[in-house]
Write a protein that binds this ligand. Structure first.
Ligand SMILES: *Cc1c(COP(=O)(O)O)cnc(C)c1O
Length: 393
């Protein structure tokens, strides 16, 4: 265990989690209230006035997440996409541009392409793992007016092909052009990867996934050391109001406390499942950066600490229909979108999570299945995949 990992495990349990000063409650209370009594006009207790502007349960999560990430500021939102929306909307103006990887979360692409592009933001899509293509795009700038990109948007590992982008390389190249780097760190989680340490300017999360960790809440967050960006985001968070409710924040706190141990098990189970799939005669190709055979293994091994995450994708030799039948034939792996919960899930990206990007640069192979490997007993998980293969053959 490295020092930084030990610090994460401790920060996750203690940062922002002081026992309640009134009662001594060891767990931060659920402040399920919309408003706060003022001691005379303007006499706010600890600054609290109204729960859109600030709530103690939400603040406890923000403090905890910032500490786990090793960042100065964290702001949480009602979903990952709400976090991404506020990040973009608070800092971009018409004529600005974003350089986007061609393997990003489909909802991120949809938001940029269908909501921001009509408002005058240029969204250029490239293979962000191709360093020559990144350098060339940064040298050229915004494809519609040649100005430097405001952001380069990195997802690593990406979804669903688990490609790895070298954050340190990307940050150095981007900063030379005055371009900021956003890393959507949802897949790695702060247990495995620290983009700010690698030079990223902002880190975005869907806390719905590993941070919440139990498939029982939807949320998002942004973490940054950039004071100016933080002020801009905080302003729009309050002005537009996509805040998480107190109970969602309370669940996110509880999830984040056990992130470190959960992600260790997710990673170990996923590696075992990836190795099993790699040997399986029904499989054409496995995507998992923890496999020595993976094209991105070396960068992942350097950039990620203590594991490679819980998501594995694979293409079935028998094609699209077999892939659809397979995801319907498992018993422990539940057929569902999302990922990062304790229970294993399986899905068909082309028809499910990535259907909104069909026919675009982000389209995914039709014989691909994506597994979010949970923390069950790994022999049981592999036995489940075995029986599912037997049914589709
Ligand atoms: C799920 C996800 C999002 C969107 O988050 P929501 O909480 O569903 O709004 C963004 N990025 C990645 C990588 C995701 O997996």
């Amino acid at each position: 265990m490295t020092d930084s990992q030990r610090a994460i495990a401790t920060a996750a349990i203690h940062a922002g989690q002081e026992p309640d000063p009134t009662t001594g409650a060891v767990v931060v209370p659920l402040f399920q209230t919309s408003t706060f009594k003022q001691d005379g006009v303007g006499g706010r207790r600890n600054g609290y006035e109204y729960s859109r502007s600030g709530n103690p349960t939400r603040d406890a999560f923000d403090t905890q997440l910032a500490a786990v990430e090793g960042g100065k500021h964290a702001l949480s939102f009602s979903s990952g996409l709400a976090a991404i929306d506020v990040l973009l909307r608070s800092t971009l103006t018409p004529g600005d541009s974003v350089l986007l990887g061609n393997d990003v979360y489909g909802g991120t692409y949809r938001l940029m392409h269908q909501v921001f592009a009509p408002w005058g933001i240029t969204v250029d899509v490239i293979d962000i793992t191709d360093q020559a293509a990144v350098t060339e795009a940064l040298d050229r700038g915004n494809s519609s007016n040649g100005k430097p990109y405001t952001y380069i948007w990195v997802e690593t590992p990406s979804n669903p092909l688990l490609r790895i982008t070298d954050i340190a390389f990307t940050a150095a190249a981007a900063h030379a052009h005055g371009t900021k780097v956003v890393v959507d760190n949802t897949f790695a989680s702060p247990a495995l990867q620290h983009p700010l340490d690698e030079g990223a300017d902002l880190v975005a999360y869907s806390t719905t996934k590993y941070i919440g960790g139990h498939s029982d809440t939807v949320g998002g967050a942004v973490v940054t050391n950039d004071d100016e960006a933080y002020e801009q985001l905080a302003f729009l968070q309050n002005a537009a109001g996509a805040v998480p409710g107190p109970f969602d924040s309370w669940l996110a706190i509880r999830g984040l406390k056990t992130l470190d141990v959960r992600v260790q098990r997710h990673s170990a189970n996923a590696l075992a499942v990836a190795r099993y799939l790699e040997e399986n005669p029904n499989i054409e190709r496995v995507y998992y950066p923890g496999l020595e055979s993976d094209e991105d293994h070396d960068i992942a091994a350097r950039q990620m600490h203590g594991g490679f995450g819980g998501v594995v994708s694979a293409q079935l030799k028998a094609g699209e229909q077999a892939a659809k039948d397979f995801v319907g034939a498992t018993q422990l792996f539940t057929l569902a979108e999302s990922l990062g919960g304790v229970e294993s899930l399986i899905e068909h990206p082309a028809a499910m999570t990535h259907s909104s990007v069909a026919g675009t640069a982000l389209a995914v192979p039709s014989n691909l299945v994506r597994l979010s490997v949970g923390i069950e007993n790994v022999d049981d998980l592999i036995a489940d995949l075995d029986q599912a293969f037997a049914k589709v053959k």
